[in-house]
Design a protein. Structure first.
Lengths: 527, 527
């Protein structure tokens, strides 16, 4: 029997709150005690990654309280309910099934006679077959020439996740000889976005993937028209250059405007859709279906570890609970995501959507106002770039910002240079190790301007190399972390009612049905 | 006589604090009262921009208190001291002269016999002449062929600002026939960053701009070696493909490794260096010196408005003070920057450095610990993309995040499409107008999950089009805003001691001179 309760009604939360400031991080991380923590506070993740939380302000007492909180909040049971097909997205009365795109976790989930796992696998197979025909030159442009570029047209979850995943694997694929098509992305309704992409690609050899679940996303349909005009102006037939990714019930599903259509459904939210056809079509076209399958495998492995009820074997749950401790006990309002990998340059932007859109809510799943803070602000840039930018505030600002590092022992492109006795990759890794310790322990100095207080908590996910498998595991880790946090906060993490009002008002502006300040702003902007 | 005092010791701050929550934003912005606010609470900016703060939680009483605070904190006098050449960066005992790169604001500033304005103008002239010779084919690669691409190698301020400015004007320049060279950027010590750029450019026709003030930045020198190796492997002479931007005293200044060297000095901080040769060389090469000159002119116009002591004629000062009110009276810990312009996609990343590195400090300019919060976390993405991502939290999250919108009436590329009765540009503008009102006024609903509390403050900077002049004005506006906030908080906004400790520890890791947890992390990362 699952009980959906607010965080502040749980006995274990009271126990956790009593442990506030029980860990002195600079002290805990100093000397051999610190080395012992690094060895001890590490949990294996899927695909050979590991989650090291030695530099978080936790100790065995805090971990025990977090374990009790996990049990009392029934995190494992709630996850099982989700993957076994209960209506977890209660606001929209929908199942939440993105994990089924990458594997079978529990029961078969059958909706109106359709086995959903089989449905998702079937669509992936369609995408794989299509991609292979494109690569083989069996599907070509009207002149019979091979496509060289794939352009995704989508916004939000149809853009951020797939774009971040493409950038994460582009160099790896080039190095491994599996970069089949270059990929580009058009998202913003700003016409300069599409114009910029179209002016820098070979349109006649480009295949466009139109992604909209509903088939009614204003930005995406507008950009589709923009692209179709450009194709027609070049004497090309748009229907020979476009495929659709949408739901079976959308207006795009059976249209002759597209070479093919690939389907998703209402049980996969946009920000959770990178492993569905939303990511699958563009990534299979860019890298080949085998690479996409390996990415799915990494994600599925991470889902399997998320089923563990033992906190110390479940890094997503542990990460989630430490975040709740930092947000609700220590009172930190934001979190920085800092991958030491240029390939992950847009991964923080994806996590920003995933986390802030899922858990940026002020009522619980029953619509009752909450008395405690929920999702934090998420931001980040790759290291070492961030070190030369906003790290000043992270080290010496007046607020404490918890940090999530990611690091890999090997680069992707296989090119490196030895300067002053070390490679670039070694310098990159040395920097992330150094930062963790600088944040945790700080440094006293006679000059107060050069003093670092320390006590700034971080964790690091470490892997051998960013590959399709490790990327999939990384993606699913954060999806599951966000889900567990939503359970703790008693939220529905799978709707986004907060995006609706702006849409309604924008339509009113375009229909010139405004008054007061809205009309005044519209006039200033010459609409 | 200038007095450097802490914010909480100023009488006007006490008066301001007493006005906490005196404005009910949903009420103030409703009906014709709201329209009147939009008309009234607008201040002209340089280059035809305007700063509209109707949707901030201010009224005439708050503005009066802000005006008193500006006077008591001597903001105008402190700015004058800065541009007249006093040692404002007291920690490093340096002048702060980035405004002189774009115009004369006050006295001639002469240091060791050198008129600094003349020096900066001279270096710009050198850069302009060099760029024109490259464009004319007088300076070519060894084969006598024209360069087609310019690649900036730099990190932090030598990367973020120039990169954001290039992206901001790339489409404009293409449309206006002034895109002379494509520009690319290498910044991260991650070897995959340089590898990725080198694999996607025509190296034989590329000119590299090495930017390091000290000539010792580890990332930049490492990437220089990486690039030199690549050039040599192609049988090319690196010294025919590289110029340096550095200080006259740096090891790079007189080296025969470069086609030319352009100089900056210690009085221009990295994050304030886009209008110096750090931005000037790459932007003059990419767009032509005339475009760069127009950019400088816009920045200078903004500097001139920043000299105004009347708050209602000084948008940078007003913006700064409203930010202080939000941070120190209302207690908001972060600020989102949301440009409704795809061309400004990396402008938030630049502002993130500018703001967080300048004012993320916990001691005042005398090294005394502060009892009040200083610089907030800055993050942002272009609209409308952000609407489909993290806006959920901004609308319905438990924390309030002040918002800085930017919008333009016209696009840059001159391509647009009419769908459902409106252009893309109109849709873009309609969305920003709608968002301001949705955030300010919210909406009640019988379903609490669809209720928007409103009361979420924003301002908007509005312009006709993003051009070199408006971009320059926008850049300088924020530089001056950050400076005024630093004055309010009694900080030295021009040093960055917080970035040092990490560098020291990273060197120790690379020298294998570590123990304890630092050695343990180094081992995990196989350094």
């Amino acid at each position: 029997m699952i009980n959906w309760k607010n965080l502040d009604t749980l006995a274990a939360f009271g126990k956790l709150a009593a442990l506030k400031n029980s860990v002195n991080l600079p002290e805990a991380m100093s000397g051999e005690n610190g080395a012992a923590r690094v060895a001890k506070y590490s949990v294996p993740m899927a695909a050979g990654l590991s989650y090291n939380f030695a530099a978080k302000t936790v100790d065995d007492d805090v971990l025990e309280a977090l374990g009790e909180l996990a049990a009392e909040a029934q995190l494992t049971e709630k996850f099982a309910a989700l993957y076994n097909g209960e209506v977890i997205n209660t606001g929209e009365k929908r199942l939440v099934l993105h994990q089924l795109t990458r594997g079978q976790l529990g029961d078969n989930v059958v909706v109106e006679g359709t086995d959903k796992r089989a449905f998702y696998v079937g669509e992936q197979k369609k995408a794989a077959d299509f991609a292979e025909k494109v690569h083989a030159g069996e599907i070509t442009n009207a002149a019979g020439e091979k496509f060289t570029t794939v352009v995704q047209i989508g916004i939000g979850g149809s853009d951020l996740g797939p774009r971040a995943m493409y950038l994460a694997l582009e160099n790896w694929a080039r190095q491994n000889g599996t970069l089949k098509l270059d990929a580009r992305f058009i998202s913003n309704v700003d016409p300069d976005d599409a114009a910029s992409v179209l002016k820098t690609i070979d349109v006649a050899h480009s295949l466009f993937v139109l992604v909209s679940k509903s088939g009614t996303t204003l930005e995406t349909l507008t950009n589709e028209s923009f692209v179709k005009d450009a194709l027609k102006n070049l004497g090309l037939d748009p229907s020979k250059h476009m495929v659709a990714v949408t739901s079976e019930t959308s207006p795009l599903a059976k249209s002759s405007d597209y070479l093919a259509a690939f389907f998703m459904d209402d049980f996969i939210g946009g920000r959770y859709s990178s492993t569905s056809c939303v990511g699958g079509v563009v990534l299979s076209l860019a890298f080949g279906p085998e690479v996409f399958a390996r990415f799915l495998d990494g994600a599925h492995q991470a889902d399997m570890t998320a089923k563990e009820s033992n906190l110390m074997k479940n890094p997503a749950m542990l990460d989630a609970l430490i975040g709740v401790y930092e947000r609700n006990v220590l009172g930190y309002p934001s979190t920085a995501v800092l991958p030491y990998s240029q390939a992950l340059s847009r991964f923080p932007a994806h996590l920003q959507q995933l986390d802030m859109e899922s858990n940026g809510k002020h009522v619980n799943r029953f619509g009752e106002p909450l008395d405690y803070p929920t999702g934090p602000v998420i931001f980040g840039e790759p290291g070492t770039n961030g070190q030369h930018s906003f790290y000043q505030l992270l080290h010496q600002g007046t607020d404490i910002v918890p940090l999530q590092f990611v690091g890999f022992r090997q680069n992707q492109a296989g090119m490196d240079v030895d300067i002053q006795g070390s490679t670039s990759q070694q310098k990159l890794c040395a920097n992330v190790a150094a930062q963790i310790m600088a944040f945790a322990c700080g440094k006293q100095d006679a000059n107060p301007n050069k003093t670092f207080e320390g006590g700034r908590p971080s964790s690091i996910i470490i892997g051998e190399q960013l590959t399709p498998e490790t990327l999939g595991a990384l993606l699913a880790h954060f999806e599951n972390k966000v889900m567990f946090q939503g359970f703790c906060w008693n939220l529905n993490s799978f709707d986004q009612e907060g995006v609706q009002l702006g849409k309604v008002l924008a339509k009113r502006v375009l229909a010139h049905e405004t008054d007061g300040a809205l009309k005044a702003y519209s006039d200033l902007l010459a609409i």
